[in-house]
Design a protein around this ligand. Structure first.
Ligand code: F6R
Length: 364
C-alpha cells in the first residue's frame, strides 16, 4: 500500500523520520542518553580492526561508518565491496569484527563474503532488514535495522536505518575502547536522537527540489561532490540518480576534482555539492569556484550558514536544516534521494522498478 504517495519510493523516503526513530528506540537508551549495549551484543574491545562488507547502497553506508568508527573509536577500519572481499583472499587475523550490511539479507556476493569470513574473523556481525534472511541466520550476531518492508528497488529508508545501527555500533565501540567518556557518548547519542526531527525538517526541501530536478533531468552527465562523510553521500547520490533516471552520474571526493574529473566540466554538466558548513567548508567553496570558472552549474546543498558564506553564485542552493555533524550523513541522504526521485519523474522512468534491476541480487 503506497498510502497517499505516487510511488513506494516516495512513501519510503517519507517514512524515514518514523523508522529511524523506531530503530533508535531499539539501539539507544533514551532515558540515559547512552547506547543500548545489550541490544548489540558485540565486543569491540579486543578487535585489531573493523571490516565492513556490503554491496551498492549498503557499501556506501559502510563507507560513512568508516568515518564514524575511526573518529569515535580510533580503530582501523577497512571497507570492502562484497564481491571484491570474497575473491581477493583478504588478510584476516582472527581478531577483527567483520560487519556485513544487507537490506535483503540474501545478496549472493555478501552471503559468499560472510561464508568466507566465518571462522576466519573474530566475530561476524550482520546488519540486515530481513531478520529471517540467510545472512542474518549465518552470522554470529544479527542486528535488525527495523526499517519495515522496503518495496522500491532503490534503497532509501534501509540506508538511513543502516546508518542508525552503524552509528550506534561506532559509539559502543568508542565506549568499549575507552576513546569516549560518558559525556562524549551522551553528546553523540543526543545528536543521533535528533535525527528523526532533522530528517522531517530535511523533507521540507522537497518543494525546492522538484522544480530544478526538471532542469537536471535534461543533463547527460551529473557530478556529485562531497568531503569527509559527505563523500560517500556523493557516491550514493550518484548511484540513486543513475539507477532511477538513467542519467550518467559520478560521485567524487571534492578534493579529487582537480585530479581529473574537472576536465568534464562545462555548462552542460551540473555539479551537485553536498556540503554542510563545517571545518572543510572553505575548501569546498574553492572547489565550487573552480567549477564555476569553467562555466559549470553548481547545485549547492548546505545549511543556512553555508548558503550565506557561499554567496549566491550557485545555479541552485538547497538550504538544509542545521544539524550536528555526526548525523549529517543521515540527513543529507534525503536531498540525494529526492533529487533522483524527481529527476526520474521528470524523465518518466519506472521509479519503483528501474530497468535491469532487481530488489535482491541472488546471483554472484
Ligand atoms: C541501490 C540498491 C542496491 C542494493 C544492493 C545491495 O539503491 O538498492 O545497490 O543496495 O544490491 O542489496 P542488499 O542491501 O539487499 O544486500
Amino acid at each position: 500500500d503506497k498510502g497517499n504517495h505516487k510511488h513506494f519510493m516516495a512513501k519510503e523516503i517519507h517514512e524515514q523520520p518514523t523508522v529511524v526513530a523506531y530503530a533508535l528506540g531499539h539501539y539507544i537508551d533514551q532515558a540515559r542518553n547512552l547506547v543500548a549495549e545489550a541490544a548489540m551484543n558485540v565486543d569491540f574491545s579486543r578487535a585489531d580492526r573493523i571490516v565492513l562488507v556490503a554491496c551498492g547502497t549498503g557499501h556506501y553506508a559502510c563507507h560513512v561508518a568508516k568515518y564514524w568508527f575511526e573518529q569515535v573509536a580510533r580503530v582501523p577500519v577497512e571497507i570492502d565491496i562484497a564481491s571484491e572481499f570474497r575473491y581477493r583472499d583478504p588478510v584476516l587475523t582472527g581478531r577483527e569484527v567483520a560487519i556485513f550490511v544487507s537490506q535483503s539479507g540474501e545478496t549472493a556476493d555478501t552471503l559468499a563474503a560472510l561464508r568466507h569470513a566465518r571462522g576466519r574473523v573474530g566475530r561476524a556481525v550482520s546488519v540486515v532488514n530481513v531478520p529471517e534472511s540467510s545472512i542474518a541466520r549465518e552470522s554470529d550476531v544479527a542486528l535488525p535495522i527495523l526499517a519495515g518492508a522496503e518495496i522500491s528497488v532503490a534503497s532509501t529508508k534501509a540506508f538511513t536505518c543502516q546508518l542508525t545501527v552503524l552509528a550506534s555500533l561506532a559509539i559502543l565501540a568508542g565506549r568499549q575502547r575507552g576513546t569516549i567518556d560518558t559525556a562524549g557518548e551522551q553528546e553523540l547519542v543526543r545528536a543521533l536522537s535528533s535525527a528523526p526531527g532533522a530528517l522531517a525538517r530535511a523533507l521540507a526541501i522537497e518543494a525546492d527540489i522538484a522544480p530544478f530536478s526538471m532542469e537536471l533531468a535534461r543533463a547527460r552527465d551529473v557530478l556529485f561532490l562531497g568531503r569527509g562523510s559527505m563523500y560517500p553521500l556523493a557516491l550514493e547520490g550518484a548511484l540513486k540518480l543513475k539507477e532511477l533516471s538513467y542519467i550518467h552520474a559520478e560521485g567524487y571526493a571534492s578534493g579529487e576534482l582537480k585530479h581529473g574529473p574537472i576536465a568534464l566540466i562545462d555548462e552542460d554538466v551540473p555539479v551537485i555539492v553536498l556540503a554542510p558548513r563545517d571545518a572543510l567548508f572553505e575548501k569546498t567553496v574553492s572547489n565550487m569556484q573552480e567549477v564555476m570558472a569553467r562555466g559549470g552549474r553548481i547545485v549547492l546543498v548546505t545549511d543556512a550558514e553555508g548558503a550565506r558564506q557561499a554567496g549566491n553564485e550557485a545555479w541552485a542552493t538547497l538550504v538544509m536544516p542545521d544539524v550536528h555533524p555526526f548525523i549529517a550523513p543521515l540527513v543529507y541522504a534525503v536531498p540525494a534521494q529526492l533529487i533522483a526521485y524527481y529527476s526520474a519523474m521528470a524523465k518518466g522512468t519506472d521509479v519503483d522498478q528501474p530497468r535491469n534491476l532487481a530488489k535482491s541480487v541472488t546471483v554472484e
